[in-house]
Design a protein around this ligand. Structure first.
Ligand code: PNS
Length: 159
């Protein structure tokens, strides 16, 4: 069975993430979306909330599972016995960061491979951080995050 993990902080999940999940679910028999801690980012949603939001927007994808893990990605992958990491690449600016992470994960476990999927061009400008900025200052986030979670993002930003 071909299985892969799609890791990220997903704070919150965007239409760009969802596009990658959808495409990866057509290539792999099972895709495990895993919410991890990015030590460089301050979170808006708790990990449990992020998982709930991703579950809500992926419920029609039968081969997609959503988990969270407080630790190294490769340790999660060992527990799940998965060898492939899917990452989305938006622009050249993503490359250095993603390249470094792929090499580090490979250094920590040489049996692990990272596969990059190019983002859909219509989401190439999109990030969770920009969604939060737009929402914070009252801008419209329709089309940026899945419809089902717009209210959650707007409400959480106001809290
Ligand atoms: O969506 P992000 O914030 O770019 O995702 C980064 C993330 C969460 C995948 C990365 O920070 C991560 O893997 N965190 C868990 C700790 C880890 O395994 N780090 C890899 C070695 S640098």
């Amino acid at each position: 069975m071909r299985r892969a993990v799609y890791p990220g902080s997903f704070d919150p999940v965007t239409n760009g993430h969802l596009d990658i999940i959808k495409r990866a679910s057509k290539i792999f028999d099972e895709v495990i979306v895993v919410v991890l801690v990015n030590v460089d980012k301050k979170g808006l949603f708790s990990n449990e909330e992020r998982v709930e939001l991703i579950k809500r927007v992926t419920k029609s994808y039968k081969n997609v599972r959503v988990e969270s893990y407080n630790g190294l990605l490769i340790d999660f992958m060992k527990c799940e016995d998965v060898k492939v990491i899917i990452k989305g690449l938006r622009a050249v600016s993503d490359f250095e960061y993603e390249f470094q992470m792929a090499l580090m994960n490979n250094k920590l476990d040489s049996t692990v491979e990272t596969l990059f999927m190019m983002t859909n061009a219509k989401y190439s400008y999109l990030s969770s951080s920009s969604v939060k900025q737009v929402a914070k200052f009252g801008g419209c986030i329709k089309g940026l995050v899945p419809e089902e979670i717009i209210e959650d993002v707007v409400r959480k930003i106001k809290e």
